[in-house]
Design a protein around this ligand. Structure first.
Ligand code: MEV
Length: 431
């Protein structure tokens, strides 16, 4: 049928961006204004955007904010965060302000080891094949490192080989792990190229077939540990300390709560990941798998009361991040964000992100264990609604004040108030 809408568009990726946009506009019936809106690349060069991913038709801006007050390992940080959710940045800054005593939050990253996996199938004797792989460990590591001079020069490179026989639904298979110190890169690329390189050697050694050759996102050899003491008077007294520990105990006992608890941690972690253009899906995937590593999903942090009645917290999670290569180097805003942060290495970035996650978690638990999070949220929510309803400047404050005072926070009421207050303003000016 002539003019029928179809999403089957041959060689869409080869068309100039302008044309891709026109096709989409036609398909979706976009107005000129809507096309103009998505064509605004803001602080990203359209050519850079077009090289970053495929089929680009525009760009989308998110607010870039900073959390202040962070003192981590005795060093001050202003932390860039990109996030769409209100309250997160304010909560992080507030929490960090209460965590500045005794040198602030402590944070230590482990070695920056990533794991590359090689799945070996069609083996007659998988255990014997495993032994042969381990016997040839040095040769495998040597081959993996060929062509990675700059990583070796930076002190990184493939370090070790591990192997397991895994029972699958289609019988046993051999799983070979290549352990790679990726230094300041996120590392997926270098690990993927290494496992692809050594796979034929592993086939020769085992006589099997190397099928998948890919990084593992369960980055459990690349952890960050962050810990902090918050003095009871800064928490709001020993009763609040107890309530926070009880709130943590809920997460420790119940996966339904643990997921939300960890989501609060990820609010901070992912906001920094976005600002610095990290692969945030990798961080998310690793975090949740790590939380469930014992077979039951658990909180990534622990909150306790120490002998003096103060609150002490500990967080441990994988943190696969990079400061060289990848989008962190390509996106100009990510480069500025890294400069604001002033981190020199992936390990330092991981340490900051762990600390932010811990602070964010504290802020959420304290709010939940005391007044609840809705009061603060409501005001910010009301502010968003007022803006969506067209309020600007002082009118926003007025609309928010009325909605919160009356406990009626809704879009329709915001619209009603904007209309009413604007009309009153007009009348005042007119008269
Ligand atoms: C909301 O984005 C995050 C919280 O739900 C986290 C938590 O419940 O701990 C407040």
């Amino acid at each position: 049928m002539a003019g029928a809408r179809t999403s089957r568009i041959p060689e869409f990726y080869k068309k100039p961006m302008e044309e891709r946009r026109r096709i989409v506009a036609e398909f979706a019936g976009l107005t000129e204004e809507e096309v103009k809106l998505i064509s605004n690349f803001g602080n990203l060069d359209p050519e850079v955007a077009d090289r970053m991913i495929e089929n680009v038709i525009g760009a989308m801006s998110y607010p870039l904010a900073v959390a202040v007050n962070f003192l981590i390992n005795g060093k001050d940080y202003i932390v860039p965060m990109v996030i769409e959710e209100p309250s997160v940045v304010a909560a992080a800054s507030n929490a960090a302000r209460l965590m500045r005593r005794d040198g602030g939050i402590r944070s230590r990253a482990t070695e920056q080891l990533m794991i590359g996996q090689i799945q070996v199938v069609k083996l007659k004797a998988p255990y014997y094949a495993m032994a042969l792989v381990l016997e040839h460990k040095d040769e495998i590591v040597r081959l993996a490192n060929e062509g990675h001079e700059s990583l070796l020069k930076a002190g990184g490179g493939a370090r070790d080989v591990e192997a397991r026989v895994v029972e699958g639904p289609r019988g046993p298979m051999l799983v070979v792990h290549l352990l790679v110190d990726v230094r300041d890169a996120m590392g997926a690329n270098v690990v993927n190229s290494m496992v692809e390189r050594v796979a034929p050697l592993i086939e020769r050694i085992t006589g099997g077939r190397a099928l998948l050759r890919i990084v593992s996102n369960l980055a459990d050899r690349r952890l960050v540990r962050s810990w902090v003491k918050v003095y009871k008077e800064d928490v709001g007294g020993e009763e609040v300390v107890d309530a926070i520990v009880d709130a943590w105990a809920f997460a420790a006992a119940d996966p339904y709560r643990a997921v939300t608890h960890n989501k609060g941690i990820m609010n901070g972690v992912i906001a920094v990941a976005l600002a610095t253009a990290q692969d945030h899906r990798a961080i998310e995937a690793a975090a949740h798998a790590y939380a469930a590593r014992d077979g039951r999903y658990k909180p990534l942090s622990v909150w306790e009361k120490d002998a003096d009645g103060n609150l002490v917290g500990y967080l441990e999670m994988p943190m696969p991040v990079g400061v060289v290569g990848g989008a962190a180097r390509v996106h100009p805003v990510a480069r500025v964000a890294l400069k604001i942060l002033g981190v020199k290495s992936a390990a330092e970035l991981a340490e900051v992100m762990g600390a932010v996650g811990l602070a964010q978690n504290f802020a959420a638990l304290r709010a939940l264990a005391t007044e609840g999070i809705q009061r603060g949220h409501m005001e910010l929510h009301a502010r968003n609604l007022a803006m969506m309803a067209g309020a600007r400047g002082e009118l926003v404050d007025k609309v928010v004040e009325i909605m919160v005072r009356e406990g009626k926070v809704s879009f329709s009421y915001a619209q009603e108030l904007v209309k009413k207050l604007s009309a009153e303003g007009e009348a005042d000016r007119g008269g």
